[in-house]
Design a binder for this molecule. Structure first.
Ligand code: MG
Length: 210
């Protein structure tokens, strides 16, 4: 599939491989007619561009959830810190200005709804079933588990659960995304349909709503 995006997505800061981005695009293109998509962990909007472009094509909506203060591993002194995103007032990152810039440049403001809050807070007021959930938020066990437990059950039958940074070999990266991936498979609610680098796509089993 040839995918044409409105901006050069490689100019957007982030940690998503283009092959993973293309897989997310294809996944969202396939399932988003069923309902809105939610991504958890937008950062500066790299995955948002891939998924949002597919949702835009289908005339549906992408909810892009992020508190925009960076994950633990993005903070000063950690491996994935980016000094350009540091906000001295909070002592944490502030990725919201760049994220909004990405949406504007990519012409996705008619499709992407930013949710600027922790996923646990958004979850408390959420009732909409989702065609796809992409989990790429905080990689500490507490956050990965919360994202899985609160959001995976909201994926519609026939829809997709996508998890980033799944590393079966501990030497390649942290465990929590791999652990929730294993939990999803063990739940028997999901079956794996695709693996691209560290991205895993799992289909929600059950009767597809008409
Ligand atoms: Mg990631």
């Amino acid at each position: 599939m040839t995918i044409s995006l409105p901006i050069d997505v490689e100019t957007v800061k982030g940690f998503l491989d283009p092959a993973e981005g293309a897989a997310l695009y294809e996944a969202a293109l396939e399932v988003s007619p069923l309902g809105p998509v939610l991504e958890i962990g937008s950062y500066c909007g790299k995955s948002t561009v891939w998924i949002g472009a597919a949702c835009q094509k289908n005339g549906t909506v992408l909810f892009a959830l992020d508190h925009h203060r960076g994950s633990e591993e993005n903070q000063a002194g950690w491996e994935h810190h980016d000094g350009e995103l540091y906000d001295s007032e909070t002592g944490m990152l502030n990725t919201l200005p760049l994220f909004r810039r990405t949406l504007r440049m990519a012409k996705l403001e008619d499709t992407v709804v930013p949710l600027v809050a922790p996923s646990t807070v958004v979850s408390r007021g959420w009732a909409t079933p989702l065609s796809m959930v992409f989990i790429d938020g905080g990689h500490a066990m507490e956050h990965a588990l919360n994202d899985y437990r609160l959001w995976a059950p909201r994926v519609l039958p026939g829809g997709l659960l996508a998890i980033h940074d799944v590393f079966p070999n501990p030497e390649d990266g942290g465990r929590p995304p791999y652990e929730i991936y294993k939990m999803a498979l063990a739940s028997q609610l999901f079956e794996e349909v695709k693996a691209v680098k560290s991205l895993r796509l799992l289909r929600r089993l059950g009767q597809v709503p008409v």
